[in-house]
Design a binder for this molecule. Structure first.
Ligand code: ZN
Length: 256
């Protein structure tokens, strides 16, 4: 089982990262994808897969970080991202995307410009794209009407779209990764969405340290909780999915 989205590099794992990793491998995980949040972590993250090939990284700028970055520096950051991707070592471009609540600090126009640059970089470097879209679906769907997804694929991480939005993303060729909320007792929307997604487009993630699955809701999340999310998907679709999820993840990220 591979965790397709885990922020293992954030300070909340500073004190016990090795323990967290030990628990993840003991829980049966064989890989973890760590998507960068912003420029400060890119170089350090590129070292991680060299130390342990089970950990792979994506490089990008999270839309929730944009309010903290000076807009005048966007182009310089994106040029550096291009240069780092050219060196190799990253398995994906991201995290990137659109975030409705961040609009007050980073207008949607700027978010779209930065996101579009990530799409172009994914295409240029032939890498898949890891996308955050929170309360910004109309913007993303409008964008996808004029711009095709990168050839290597696009993964909607911690997917939260409704069942009527989902077919539009399916049609655009997107993949979907589900996180803790699919396991919540009152979960309706993610389960409805799940039912209209082709099985070969499905993946799972923890999004740790956030979004811990039931019964750890509210606690710091960690990759060892990934089986709880896969269990929730299997319950919702009433069939075993472990092999399908793993095959989808390996194919999407080109992990051998
Ligand atoms: Zn994330």
């Amino acid at each position: 089982m591979i965790d397709t989205h885990c922020h293992l590099d954030v300070p909340r794992f500073e004190g016990d990262r090795e323990e967290v990793l030990r628990r993840a491998w003991a829980a049966g995980l064989t890989g973890i994808v760590v998507p960068a949040i912003g420029p400060d972590s890119w170089e350090a993250l590129l070292e991680w897969p060299r130390r342990d090939a089970r950990i792979q990284v994506g490089l990008g700028i999270h839309p929730q970080l944009l309010p903290e970055l000076n807009a005048a520096d966007d182009d310089a950051h994106l040029a550096r991202l291009d240069e780092l991707l050219s060196r190799g070592g990253a398995i994906a471009v991201g995290e990137c995307g659109l975030d409705g609540p961040s609009e007050t600090g980073a207008p949607m126009e700027r978010q779209l410009r930065v996101f579009d640059a990530h799409v172009k970089l994914a295409r240029k470097h032939r890498l898949p794209l890891l996308v955050h879209c929170h309360r910004a679906h109309p913007h993303l769907l409008r964008y996808l009407k004029t711009e095709a997804i990168p050839e290597a694929g696009l993964l909607m991480h911690s997917y939260s779209g409704s069942a009527d939005l989902t077919p539009k993303y399916v049609k655009a060729g997107c993949h979907f990764s589900f996180a803790g909320p699919v396991s919540f007792l009152e979960a309706r929307r993610p389960i409805e969405a799940l039912k209209v997604i082709p099985l070969d487009r499905l993946m799972v993630e923890t999004d740790a340290p956030d979004q811990a699955p039931h019964p750890h809701r509210g606690e710091r999340n960690e990759p060892a909780h990934l089986p709880l999310i896969a269990d929730a998907l299997e319950r919702a679709l009433n069939q075993p999915l472990r092999e399908t999820l793993l095959a989808n993840t390996k194919r999407f990220f080109r992990i051998t």
